[in-house]
Design a protein around this ligand. Structure first.
Ligand SMILES: [Zn+2]
Length: 287
């Protein structure tokens, strides 16, 4: 029947793009980066970088755009001293993963950017010249516009070469709204001005929330500890509470921004109840 979308036609593939090494204390507890402090015993956390390809009868959505292949040419020196992405192999970069899926940027209807940190928006530029609409929260667009007005081309993991790309078709989002049938944006500010997640209804996997960095790692869910990059801690805590309400209300699984551990479904009746690790393509997908 025309106009009816069946959940059985929606699926999510997780693509992994290597990992970024960061100081775990700074990451979870929000402490200061202490890379140059030789006395401090550091616990390096390798933050996996993910994007998600969502297949929907009305078009493909890409959730986030990972790190740009030429990051070393663009990142300021200070960033390269405190974060390490050199372990990522050629085949793990976003462009390679797309090719492995036989996909091209022109195949996407929407590119949903949860926020504009460089490890989430790095490859948005590949969609310049395509018909893909780039979905970003209006507060995020305002935030980076203010950085540019202040002459900041690189600040706190924001890089103007990621988002100031001519011919990118930005479509601002204003909060919680339906993108396609069964797929809704969720406003989760705090990590950045306009961080968003996406809630997807699937036939077998149930409700899945891609939280991006509103929940950096699964541990933050119960400990109430944020990440070093959160712009507004109070808003961040409110957003985590919103995630908790949504998780309960929809018996949802939450997939954090940089973790292989997920917040699993609550109900013991759910077939995925015991599944606590993220499914990563090509081994498995969510449908
Ligand atoms: Zn971020």
């Amino acid at each position: 029947m025309k106009g009816v979308v069946t959940l059985s036609k929606i699926s999510i593939k997780t693509l992994q793009h290597g990992a970024i090494g960061l100081d775990r204390d700074a990451l979870i507890a929000g402490g200061k980066m202490t890379v140059n402090n030789k006395d401090k015993k550091r616990d390096w956390y390798m933050c996996p970088s993910f994007t998600y390809v969502i297949d929907h009868p009305d078009g493909k959505i890409l959730f986030d755009a990972s790190m740009y292949r030429g990051w070393q040419d663009e990142w300021p020196k200070e960033w390269q001293e405190t974060s390490d992405y050199t372990g990522t192999t050629d085949e793990e970069f976003f462009e390679s993963r797309l090719k492995q899926l036989n996909l091209d940027p022109s195949d996407f209807k929407y590119v949903f950017l949860s926020h504009l940190h460089t490890d989430h928006a790095g490859n948005a530029r590949l969609f310049a010249g395509t018909d893909a609409k780039i979905l970003v929260h209006e507060e995020e667009l305002k935030g980076v516009a203010n950085l540019e007005a202040d002459g900041k081309n690189a600040w706190n993991f924001f890089l103007s070469s990621d988002y100031s790309v001519s011919r990118l078709k930005y479509t601002p989002l204003y909060g919680d709204q339906e993108i396609l049938k069964g797929i809704r944006s969720i406003s989760l500010p705090g990590h950045t001005w306009g961080t968003m997640g996406l809630m997807v209804e699937l036939e077998h996997s149930g409700t899945i929330i891609l939280s991006s960095d509103s929940l950096y790692v699964a541990d933050s869910y119960e400990t109430g500890m944020g990440s070093m990059l959160d712009l507004d801690r109070d808003k961040w805590r409110t957003s985590v509470n919103k995630l908790k309400l949504l998780q309960k209300g929809h018996d949802a699984m939450i997939i954090p921004g940089h973790d292989h551990n997920v917040i699993h479904h609550n109900c013991s009746c759910h077939p995925l109840k015991e599944e606590k690790k993220l499914r990563v393509w090509p081994d498995a997908q969510y449908d």
